[in-house]
Structures are given as C-alpha cells and as structure tokens.
Design a protein around this ligand. Structure first.
Ligand code: MG
Length: 335
C-alpha cells in the first residue's frame, strides 16, 4: 500500500497532502492573498511559500497520523507555474526525499488536477475541461497521453477573472473568482462582450482589453454596475467553454465531462455545463473547492499513479520547468 506525500506550490497556493491507494489521508493548504487591485508576483509568493511549507508538511503528516518512515515517495509539482514558488517547493521535496531515503516523483501540475478529478468522480475515461488561473484546456486521453483538443490561445480564464477583479478593486480574499461569482448574482444587464471561439480553441485577451477600455465609462455613466460586469464576463466566457466542450463531447463521444481547476468550483459554470451535458445525455463530474483549487493531495495522487507505473524522477532530472504542457507527459499508468 504505497503512501505518497504530495507538495504543490506552482502559483499562490502552497499545499501538502497524503494519499494512500486512492484514499486522501490529509490535505493542508495556505493561500498567499494580496490587497485588492493587486496580483501576486513571483518573489513575494515564493517567500510566502517558504514560510508556510514546512508547517504544512508537518500538519499533513499529523492529520494522516503518519511518521516520515510511513511515506513511500515524495511527489512535487515540477511545473507549469511561476519559477520562484516552484523552486521553493521542489527544494523541500528533494530534501525530504533524500533525508527519508525515498524516491522523488516530479508531477506535471495539470495531470495532478486530472488524476485527482478521475479519482473523486470515479470516471475512468472522461473528457476533461481544465480551467484555472494559469490554464484553460479541453483534454482527452488517447494513445498514452492527455491530448489537448482545445485550449486558450492567450490568457487562461482564471487569469482573465483575476484581472477583472483587479480592475474593479474586488478583494482577493478568499479568492477573486469567488467574489466575482457572488457579485455576478446581482447582475441585471448583459453587457455585449467579444465572444471568441475558433474550433475547440478560445481566446480571452481581446475580451479583457475591451473590458478594460469600456469599464470606466460604463461605471461613471451608470450604464452598468460592477455586478453587471461580473455577470457579463461570466455569462460570455462560460458560454464559450460550454460550446467548445460540447464540440469535444460530440467528437469523442465521451460519456462524462470532468470539470477541474480553480475555476471549476464556480456554480454558474457548473450549471451551464450541466445544461449542455444533460441535453447530450452526458454526465457532468464537477470537483469541489477542496480538490479543484490547487492542493498537495492532487500532486500525491498523480505521483501515486506514477509510482505504481515505476515512473520515478531521478534527482538530476528533478529541475522545475515553468512551461510544461499537459501532452508532454507519457502517461504510462493508463491503457
Ligand atoms: Mg492549478
């Protein structure tokens, strides 16, 4: 019964979690929250993670009622993500693996989301919609890899939401996306925004530029409220995601659509995808806030699969990589 400790720190969350054979034994997380109107820069984020990571590892072991000798391997996020925060967590993972004499598992962050989603939904072969601050991809497993059927051509959707929050001085606590979702419930008017779908790809950068250009005037004239802008951004971008997901479902005939990534916990997104899936006879598998937002357990779960397949990472191959596409990984643990 291999037990894997997973460490995550590719963006503003740092986490440590323990997984044993499909059972999540613990999952501790800390979030670096910056003041309204600002984002998180690599340097301060890395300092935050450096201050938090050892406490999280200790907490994750305590919650799981385990000692270091009970851990069979140490998984960590190799990338993609921000360089400095990734490097902090990777250094801790390498140190623990050497101290404890255990193998290292360098995990692709995106695969962490997918493998955790597959575990929780008990969905062996779903179509995957992965939407977060750094990634927006439609994926399906085919011939040994998660193939990218569609993706954003520029900004990730979560980043687009973060940027609207900054523009409107919406607080980052607990997260900008959560606060946008709450404000959007009060939206009355749908502001016309660019809707950019190209096949199964999407684009958000023109939409964001347009919003940045029109927002001061709309707010000053009273033509639209902050609530209207949040509502309009959600309705427009979520409709784009529903369209490309539907196209991918039609292509793959997948029975299930697995929704993962930090934006996956948005109830309005879940609702729109549910409507689309129901109309097609597909099942939507959403993930909840504990596991769709970046966390250590998902890295442990992907690491557990790698360990099972003998796909361990040598120390001299354990460097981080800021760019690491989902389809670069050979998925040896699936048929
Ligand atoms: Mg993520």
């Amino acid at each position: 019964m291999p037990t894997v400790l997973g460490l995550e720190g590719s963006a503003n969350k740092v986490g440590a979690g323990v997984v044993r054979d499909g059972v999540i034994l613990s999952n501790r997380r800390a979030t670096y929250v910056t003041p309204p109107g600002t984002g998180f820069a690599p340097g301060p984020t890395a300092r935050h993670h450096r201050g938090a990571v050892l406490g999280l590892v200790g907490g994750a072991l305590a919650d799981a009622r385990l000692r270091p000798r009970d851990i069979d391997a140490v998984a960590f996020t190799r990338g993609p993500g921000m360089g400095a925060p990734l490097a902090v967590v990777a250094a801790v993972a390498r140190t623990l693996a050497q101290l404890w004499g255990r193998p290292l598992l360098g995990v692709n962050h995106c695969l962490g989301h997918i493998e955790m989603g597959r575990l929780l939904a008990r969905a062996p072969d779903p179509l995957v919609l992965y939407v977060s601050g750094g990634n927006t991809q439609v994926l399906a497993f085919c011939r040994g890899r998660y193939r990218i059927l569609g993706e954003t051509l520029d900004l990730a959707l979560g980043n687009c939401l973060d940027r609207l929050a900054r523009l409107l001085q919406i607080p980052n606590d607990p997260s900008p996306g959560y606060n946008i979702e709450q404000l959007a419930k009060g939206g009355q008017r749908l502001v016309d925004l660019p809707y950019v779908v190209k096949g199964m790809d999407v684009s958000f950068s023109g939409l964001l530029s347009h919003l940045q250009a029109i927002t001061p005037k709309l707010l000053a004239s009273g033509e639209a409220t902050r609530e209207d802008l949040c509502f309009s951004l959600q309705e427009t971008t979520f409709a784009m995601l529903a369209e490309v997901s539907e196209r991918a479902l039609a292509l793959t005939r997948a029975p299930q659509l697995l929704l993962v990534g930090g934006v996956a916990c948005n109830r309005r997104l879940q609702e729109m995808l549910q409507t689309m899936c129901s109309a097609r006879g597909a099942q939507l598998c959403p993930t909840d806030e504990r596991y769709c937002v970046d966390n250590g357990a998902m890295i442990a779960q992907a690491g557990w699969e790698m360990l099972r397949a003998g796909q361990v990472t040598e120390l001299d191959q354990s460097g981080i990589t800021q760019r690491y596409r989902t389809d670069e990984v050979e998925v040896t643990w699936r048929d």
